[in-house]
Every structure is written in structure tokens, then in C-alpha cells.
Design a protein around this ligand. Structure first.
Ligand code: COA
Ligand code: NAP
Length: 283
């Protein structure tokens, strides 16, 4: 089932989306869904080559207009330049998706200072930088923001201190911006995907032992698909969600409700060097 089997094809007609991380994985799917329903999009990340390729494929698949602009979300000057290019091309921004992120499994005691900072900078500071740069335009368009979080920090997920700290901050920022920017007509919501198959994040976080046991522990008995996130994206971006703000929408088949040990414990924690070597070898 695609989003067009559920939503009208023109519900986002004339809207302009700015999507960080829009050249790959989940956020590429989110972008494609918006294009399919009539929006135009600016996709941004560090690799212009990957963005250009994705933009060309999405134009062909949807007939929508897509602009690819390279920017590192950690660098406010690059972010501001990318936003300027978006405005030069489309004149406005209606929908901001903050999806750029980095992740890998690492035991806290072997995570370097720089590694922790890197992930927090991409996920959390990046979300702030891009939201701030887009704010004047979202205010003009009475637009909306969809942040991309996770469910890893709802419980203490092993080897995820960096991402858990960053995404908890994003959840908090979602609520804060919803309150501060609501009076300007800006809605701020957040999508929290569970394990989404065939994505970079999924392959990086899958337990080294494999996926079967993990799959069986998910209440809906399947891993998520990028399509599942696309459906939620079109809903949150559309008028259907016009009275929703500050909401964190979990799309995970019930996974976070049920505690399951993804990784062996305590042996892996007691031998961090061994698990770190295994995890690095997996990438
Ligand atoms: N385990 C432990 N530490 C790691 C690591 C791993 N798998 N990968 C990188 N690091 C450390 C590096 O060693 C470095 O720390 P150091 O300077 O103390 O050695 C630090 O993290 C920064 O790494 P670097 O490669 O310079 O950062 P980057 O900005 O080029 O890349 C990453 C950012 C590390 C997050 C990279 O994995 C990335 O680009 N990810 C994007 C894709 C992704 O993660 N997708 C999943 C989204 S859920
Ligand atoms: P992905 O394809 O690797 O997406 C991450 C994107 O971020 C890439 O397009 C990457 O592009 C971009 N990026 C990384 N660092 C950047 C930086 N410094 N500046 C700008 N862009 C940067 O991974 P994914 O699995 O689809 O994840 C997408 C989002 O979903 C992330 O927010 C992730 O936390 C969230 N999520 C994923 C899962 C899952 O199961 N996959 C589960 C929960 C949450 P460049 O390399 O070109 O910069």
C-alpha cells in the first residue's frame, strides 16, 4: 500500500519542503512521499553527489521539483547558505524535516570524547541550527516542522549513550519549539521510528547475533518499512494534523513497549574492547 492509496494526491500541492538527510534512507522516503502529494523539495546533507543522484531519481519517480544542496548541519554558515538557496529557488519553506543523523554502537567507556560530541552535534545541534535558520520562513508560511527521533532513549539501550542523549534533546526541543512558535502558527511534531528494515540505521544497530529473536519480540511481528514512516509523514505535514503540535509519534509496531535485550549482557559490557572490535568490524 502506498500513500496515494490512503491520501489524496494533491493534499500538499504548492508546499515546499526542506529535508536534511533527504538523499538517503528514511528521509529520502519521507521526501518522496511529500513530492508524490504535490510538494517540491530541497534535500540537503554532506554528499552532493549522493543528493544529486537521489534528486534525479525522485524527479523521475514523482514528477516533482527537487533541489539538491550540500550542507553540514553542524555548521550554521553552511545551513544558512542552503536555506538561502532554497528561498532563491522556491521563495518559501512550508515543511522542515530534521532527519540528518549519525549513529553506531559503542560502549560508553570506549566512546571517545569526540565521537560522543560528533553524534550530539549532528543530531541535536543540527536540529537546532536548521530549525533556527528556517524559522523566519516557517513563520511567514505558517509552516510545520517534523523532527526525526527514535525510541532508544525510552529505556536505557546499551551502547547508545550518544544517540540517546541527542534524541532525548530533540524530543525536548520539539515540545519547546511547539510552545514558543505555536503562536506564530508553526506546528512542531516529531516522528520516532522503531527498527526500519533496509536502512543504514537498521544495519548499524542490528545485534551482531542476527535479527530473528529481535523480530519475534516485536508485537506486530515485523520490522518497519520506509513506507510506514512515509504514511505518518504525509499525515503530520497535512491539514489532517492541523491541531497537533508538540507530539512525538512513535511508529514502531509496538517495539518500544516490550523490553528485549538486543545485545548480550553483561559479558559485552564487562569486555568492552571485545564488543567494540566486533561492532567496528560489522560496519
Ligand atoms: N565506533 C566508535 N567510534 C566511532 C565509530 C564507531 N563505529 N565511528 C566513528 N567513531 C568516532 C571516530 O573515531 C571519531 O572519534 P576520534 O576523533 O576520537 O577518533 C569520531 O567518532 C568522529 O568520527 P568521524 O568519522 O570523524 O566523523 P564524521 O563526522 O565524518 O562522521 C559518523 C560521523 C561517525 C556519525 C559517521 O558514522 C556518519 O557519517 N554517519 C552517517 C550515517 C549514519 O550514521 N546513519 C545512521 C543514522 S541512524
Ligand atoms: P541514513 O540513510 O544514514 O540517514 C542519515 C542521513 O543524515 C544521511 O542522508 C546523511 O547524508 C545525513 N547526514 C549525516 N551527517 C550529516 C551532517 N553532518 N550534515 C548533514 N547531513 C548529515 O540513515 P537512516 O537509517 O535512514 O536514518 C534516518 C533518520 O531516521 C535518522 O534521524 C535516524 O536517527 C532515524 N531513525 C532511523 C531508524 C532506523 O531503523 N533506520 C530508527 C529510528 C530512527 P550524508 O552522509 O550525505 O551527510
Amino acid at each position: 500500500m502506498t500513500t496515494t492509496d490512503i491520501f489524496k494526491t494533491d493534499i500538499l500541492k504548492g508546499k515546499v519542503a526542506f529535508v536534511t538527510g533527504g538523499g538517503s534512507g528514511i528521509c529520502r522516503g519521507m521526501t518522496e512521499a511529500l513530492l508524490t502529494h504535490g510538494a517540491s523539495a530541497v534535500i540537503t546533507s554532506r554528499s552532493l553527489e549522493r543528493l544529486e543522484k537521489a534528486a534525479e531519481e525522485m524527479r523521475k519517480a514523482t514528477g516533482g521539483e527537487v533541489l539538491a544542496v550540500a550542507a553540514d548541519v553542524r555548521k550554521p554558515d553552511e545551513v544558512e547558505k542552503a536555506v538561502k538557496k532554497a528561498i532563491e529557488k522556491f521563495g518559501k519553506i512550508d515543511i522542515l524535516i530534521n532527519g540528518a543523523a549519525g549513529n553506531f554502537l559503542a560502549p560508553a567507556e570506549l566512546l571517545s570524547y569526540n565521537a560522543f560530541r560528533t553524534v550530539v552535534e549532528i543530531d541535536l545541534l543540527g536540529t537546532f541550527n536548521v530549525s533556527k535558520a528556517c524559522f523566519p520562513y516557517l513563520k511567514k508560511s505558517k509552516g510545520s516542522i517534523i523532527n526525526v527521533s527514535t525510541t532508544l532513549h525510552y529505556t536505557a539501550t546499551l551502547f547508545q549513550v550518544h544517540v540517546s542523549a541527542a534524541k532525548a534533546g530533540i524530543d525536548s526541543m520539539t515540545r519547546l519549539f511547539a510552545v514558543e512558535w505555536g503562536p506564530h502558527g508553526i506546528r512542531v511534531n516529531c516522528l520516532a521510528p522503531g527498527p526500519i528494515a533496509d536502512t543504514e540505521g537498521f544495519s548499524r544497530l542490528l545485534p551482531p547475533g542476527g535479527s530473528n529473536e529481535y523480530l519475534q519480540a516485536i508485537p506486530l511481528q515485523r520490522f518497519g518499512k520506509i513506507k510506514d514512516i512515509e504514511h505518518a509523514t504525509v499525515f503530520l505535514a497535512s491539514e489532517a494534523a492541523s491541531y497537533m503540535t508538540g507530539h512525538i509519534m512513535v511508529v514502531d509496531g509496538g517495539e518500544c513497549l516490550k523490553k528485549v535485550a538486543l545485545l548480550p549482557y553483561p559479558a559485552s559490557v564487562l569486555n568492552p574492547k571485545e564488543i567494540m572490535d566486533k561492532l567496528r568490524a560489522k560496519l
